[in-house]
Design a protein around this ligand. Structure first.
Ligand code: SF4
Length: 245
């Protein structure tokens, strides 16, 4: 089987595969998430250009080293290599998978939504490709104007010229305070990992981001509080904010 044959049959999106997105179903949404290998783990470039040391350590430990030899991790590495080495075919396979998500959501009476950076920070909204049976280059947002795309990013430049159906929440790290201020001033939301959730942070109300993954439903101008999990609990880089409660 060639790489291209392989990608034709590969399911790229995980659908309702984790506890957080399953909670979203109770609110009427079916989430498809794409998990790539974070940072430089796949050896084909950096999937998170604005990552910090603290987030990388915490992410790689949870998503990487702990499951280094598992089939899940191998699949993420393979998808990442296909994305970097066979971009056109990868995007066409992703389109087929979004149609699959739409069909499944319709059968179940749910609204399909897509999160492409489960464990990466790629500027998907800027990627142009030629769809199957198409001739002109397009983007995912143009091809699926009725699908809500969403996710987190540490790249403040992604907020410029965002398509209407693309929602981003900025993600704080121990080394991007200036960008946090700038993004909050622009009225976007910022996700912060805390030891314990406070009521406010930097003068903004804190909402509990662990209740669902549906960030596009959050009101504007809030801080999305996430509780430190796994290895992040032992963070000493400043990535986890120690809230004084
Ligand atoms: S930017 Fe996000 S996905 Fe990338 S290493 Fe940091 S936490 Fe993980």
């Amino acid at each position: 089987m060639t790489k291209f044959d392989n990608i034709k049959t590969t399911k790229l999106l995980s659908i309702a595969a984790d506890a957080k997105t399953i909670k979203g179903q109770k609110k009427g949404y079916l989430t498809g998430i794409l998990y790539l290998a974070p940072a430089t783990q796949a050896g084909v470039g950096d999937m998170c250009p604005k990552r910090s040391k603290g987030c990388t350590d915490s992410c790689l430990y949870t998503a990487g080293r702990a499951v280094m030899f598992s089939s899940i991790n191998q699949a993420r590495i393979r998808k990442t290599r296909e994305f970097m080495n066979h971009r056109q075919e990868f995007m066409q396979a992703l389109v087929r998978d979004i149609y699959r998500l739409k069909r499944k959501a319709k059968r179940e009476g749910l609204t399909p939504v897509v999160r492409l950076n489960g464990t990466s920070d790629v500027s998907w909204e800027r990627i142009k490709f030629v769809p199957e049976n198409g001739v002109e280059k397009t983007t995912l947002a143009e091809l699926f104007p009725n699908i809500q795309f969403y996710g987190y990013t540490k790249n403040p430049l992604r907020f410029k010229r965002l398509p209407d159906n693309w929602h981003l929440t900025f993600s704080r790290s121990e080394s991007n305070d200036d960008a946090v201020r700038q993004v909050l001033e622009q009225g976007h939301n910022v996700a912060v990992v805390f030891n314990k959730l406070p009521n406010t942070w930097q003068g903004k109300p804190v909402v509990n981001g662990d209740e669902t993954d549906l960030r596009f439903l959050d009101p504007s101008g809030v801080v999305v509080g996430l509780k430190a999990k796994g290895d992040a609990k032992a963070d000493s880089s400043g990535f986890v904010v120690q809230a004084n409660l």
